[in-house]
Write a protein of this length. Sequence first.
Lengths: 191, 141
Amino acid sequence: MKFISKHILFLMLCTASAFGGNDEDSTGKSFSESAKRISEERKSTALLYSIILPGSGQTMLGSPYKGFSFTLVGFGSALTSLISHNNFVASNERLDALEFQYRNSTTWEASNQIYKSLTETHTKMKNYQKMRNTFALVSAVVWTFNIVDVMFFTEDEGESVFSMLRMEQSAVAIAGNIDLQQQLQLRIPIQ
Amino acid sequence: MLLCGAGCNEERILTPNTHDGRVPDVINFSARVDSSATKPTKFIVWLNWSYDSVRYSIKPNLKNWEVYRIIGYEDTLTVKFQLQKFVQVPTFGDSSVSIQPGNRDSVVILYRVIPVGNVDANNIQFTGKPSDIVRVSIKKK
């Protein structure tokens, strides 16, 4: 008993055979069909994700860099477009105010100054409008291409269902040596 | 959504320029010093100008002109022009110029004329584009 408490040998054998087998075994056909069905389900989910958030489908399928790129470009262009739209609306309102001032101005000098501001604001407004349209178009193209990409060009490289994992059939022994006086010492060989 | 918004926006046209030429501009503005006055310290400065009568031949929007001046200073940024008179004709004789004995030998005067339009239907009397500034230097006789 003392011997056991002082030197415990802890042996753990893990075998993959308990979890699955080869494709050539008796359940091979059903495994293949199941894997295909799961892959299709994952593709559908990825497509849905990509429709909602560009790049998220690619990330889910195991292409994080591609997914991140789509998200970044899609979000960046959409945000720029939104900010440009906001500036466009603000410029439009400023134009209304300046036009009112211009109509009611009584001196040439004041009118000239207001008209200069009017011209500048109008130019800015047109630039904002152009920027908004361009980036909105970029967002739309990125979003569309992101959907096409997740449907046709992105391979499913991600995880499989745990039970479908093909694990190597090798034994791993974990030996432990517990010294009650000192501490628990474990040696875990990792392959 | 943004694309839809972009498609629905009409192109906004810039308001046309209505302040230039609303009142006839002053052209050919000049000044002449008349030193033939009886007193040696008194001078008359004659100002003459005109407007484009060909362009504004039919009933120009012009009621009168305002004559402004700065005397003794040349910095128009710090010193404001003082209104001298409203005139109905494009000429003005400034007889209030004098160099007092014992004072400096010369004096510099800056002149400017601003055309004033008629009161319009919206009850606005528009003041036109100021003329160029004419500099007159008068020396003691």
